[in-house]
Design a protein around this ligand. Structure first.
Ligand code: FMN
Length: 306
């Protein structure tokens, strides 16, 4: 397969929304090892079994395929940092994370939704990965919400739920998206006033929705890849709910509606939420660390997936 074919297949796999786990074990000399994995699948109740797929190129590959056991930690929605830490090659993963040893000594991370301590049952060869089948020896869980992963980004079910609730409470809903393509954002111009606004559906009375927004953009031949939530707020005077997402376009934005971060004409953007959202987006894009705003059009808080 060519590099581009591989990327396409990876993108297709990435449409499957999964949870996120950290799989841990110990080297023979006791040194803890672990990596982030979303290939977790529950397999059997009786006997209790689960599986995880391990990349043959992972540095910890030998540990997981040779040691007698491993633990799977299901991450909760406030453990984005833990997921990123264990997806890295950092040598100090277990110095940064908080953890304790399970009954068999495999590391159990603090703050997760569940963990399963397993004996290695079987290692099945599968292309560039192996399927690691584990027999569950002990486990624990709590009522925390799991962290989600889709299309290469983390998501929080709790926050998405808040947005859905906000939308469900009212037919007076605007659903919009900050659409980025290579450092440029999409802004539509009002032909009469020349005011620029972030793409949104539901601005003219009818209830907005994500599907309506996407189909309106598709009519303009702008095919967006919808990402995570970006802001959910209520207009204090009118009660209108606004839900904004982050979105990406891959194709070259050789159209006037895309504005480089540096060239946005701020005097043509209405003060208030539109300006605030755009400024926050640019700031957070620079740091590659996005949050979600919850509140009203005047006051609220940005929650970050930690
Ligand atoms: C959300 C997410 C899911 C991942 N899922 C897997 C997986 O299922 N199997 C795997 O081998 N690597 C997976 N990875 C990649 C590993 O976490 C990454 O390659 C890590 O560096 C491996 O650590 P190591 O090389 O120190 O063993 C995933 C990464 C992320 C961010």
């Amino acid at each position: 397969m060519t590099r581009s074919e591989l990327r396409q297949l990876r993108n297709a796999f990435g449409t499957f929304l999964t949870g996120v786990t950290v799989v841990t074990s110990r080297e023979r000399n006791g040194i803890p090892r672990g990596f982030t994995a979303n290939s977790f699948t529950s397999v059997s109740l009786d006997p209790p079994m689960l599986l995880i797929c391990v990349d043959k190129s992972a540095e910890s590959f030998d540990v997981f395929t040779r040691q007698p056991g491993f633990a799977v930690n299901i991450l909760s929605e406030n453990q984005v940092e833990t997921a990123s830490l264990f997806a890295s090659k950092r040598a100090d993963k277990f110095e940064v994370a908080q953890w304790s040893g399970s009954g068999t000594g495999n590391p159990v991370l603090a703050g997760g939704c569940a963990w399963f301590d397993c004996a290695r049952e079987q290692v099945i060869d599968a292309g560039d990965h192996v399927i690691l089948l584990g027999r569950i020896l002990s486990y624990e869980y709590n009522d925390g919400l799991g962290l989600g992963y889709v299309r290469g980004g983390f998501m929080s079910l709790g926050m998405e739920r808040s947005a859905a609730n906000a939308a469900g409470r009212s037919s007076n809903v605007v659903v919009g998206a900050i659409v980025e393509c290579k450092g440029k954002v999409l802004l539509f111009e009002d032909p009469h006033t020349r005011i620029l606004h972030i793409p949104a559906s539901g601005l003219r009375g009818s209830a907005g929705s994500l599907t309506r927004l996407q189909s309106e953009l598709e009519k303009l031949e702008i095919k967006v890849d919808m990402g995570s939530l970006f802001a959910v707020f209520e207009n204090e005077k009118t009660g209108q709910q606004s839900i904004y997402y982050r979105a990406k376009v891959d194709t070259d934005p050789a159209r006037d509606e895309f504005w480089g971060f540096e060239t946005i004409p701020w005097d043509r953007i209405p003060p208030g939420p539109q300006t605030t959202m755009l400024r926050r987006y640019i700031d957070e894009a620079g740091r590659q660390r996005f949050g979600i705003y919850f509140g009203s059009d005047r006051d609220g808080e940005v929650e970050t997936l930690r």
